[in-house]
Write a protein that binds this ligand. Structure first.
Ligand SMILES: [Zn+2]
Length: 297
């Protein structure tokens, strides 16, 4: 458990989990990791500091961020809070593999711990803003785009940014980040930049005080992916062809269905953005959906 500021800690892992002291021997947990095991580690870390978990906030409903909920709820009677809309996925976790599989019954290869975790009904966080949870004053910032609704959690001058921004090493390792709405993702990075936080902890990666540099790197990575998708449309192509061209440009290797559907969703988010900006057009030719860049610009 690493201290970011007085009474504000995080447990580093595949996903960083926040542990915020509530001042009465309790703590508020921000995200719980991807499995029972991460829930177990989190509980152990809290108890080692004599902190009793009072509530959980999930920043968004991706299984790697809420997968530890089920273990914690088995051992503790505490409320879970999640953003509106995302909360429905916590109730019916199969929705995540279903939407990644175009709405069809989820392929069993997609029912793994990165995409599916146990259900944990949550109280709905309807909107961003200041609020008290478990007696602790926090501020929720809306940072959607990576997920349909995502909230970053600010406590004093520390921002738990969720997946609005990724650490620099993560951006290098995964040049095509998962996104569902590119314009909202752009705005989310600027929300992090303007948050006034002194320390930002991304959901994946290291904490930093170099917030402009972190945001600049995330803008660059997002626009590089967006440009790659646009370039991939210079020749007419189907969605799988555009995806393969983008992966070749960004040197991404896909070897399993999970990676494939995540990248496919990110590419569709970019195609939607490019079409809305008048740069790309779709058409259906002899029953085949194809995309092409609009050349007369
Ligand atoms: Zn995520």
């Amino acid at each position: 458990m690493i201290e970011l500021a007085r009474g504000i800690y995080y447990l580093a892992g595949g996903v960083n989990c926040g542990i915020l002291e509530t001042g009465d021997g309790g703590c508020l947990i921000v995200d719980t990791g991807n499995s029972d095991d991460s829930g177990k580690k989190l509980l152990k870390a809290c108890r080692a500091k004599n902190l009793e978990p009072r509530a959980i906030i999930n920043t968004h409903s991706h299984a790697d961020h809420y997968g530890g909920n089920a273990f914690l709820l088995k051992h503790l009677e505490i409320p879970v809070y999640a953003p509106i809309f995302e909360e429905s996925i916590l109730r019916y976790p199969i929705l995540e593999p279903i939407y990644l599989w175009s709405g069809a019954r989820a392929h069993k290869e997609l029912q793994n711990r990165f995409l599916l975790a146990g259900a944990s009904p949550a109280k709905v966080l309807n909107e961003a803003g200041k609020r008290k949870i478990a007696g602790l004053e926090i501020e929720l910032l809306e940072v959607s785009g990576h997920a349909h609704i995502q909230f970053a959690v600010k406590v004093n001058d520390v921002l738990f940014a969720a997946d609005a921004v990724f650490g620099q090493a993560i951006l290098e390792k995964h040049p095509l980040s998962f996104m569902v709405d590119i314009q909202l993702a752009r705005e989310a990075i600027e929300t992090v930049r303007a948050s006034g936080a002194r320390i930002v902890l991304p959901g994946h990666g290291e904490p930093t005080t170099e917030i402009d540099a972190l945001c600049d790197a995330n803008v660059a990575a997002l626009e590089r992916s967006n440009q790659a998708v646009l370039s991939a449309c210079f020749d007419v192509g189907t969605t799988p062809e555009i995806l393969a061209r983008v992966c070749a440009m960004l040197e991404v290797q896909m070897t399993d269905l999970t990676r494939y559907v995540l990248n496919q969703t990110a590419v569709l988010a970019h195609l939607t953005d490019l079409e809305e900006r008048g740069l790309v057009r779709h058409s259906i030719v002899r029953n085949v959906l194809v995309w092409q860049a609009v050349h007369d610009l």
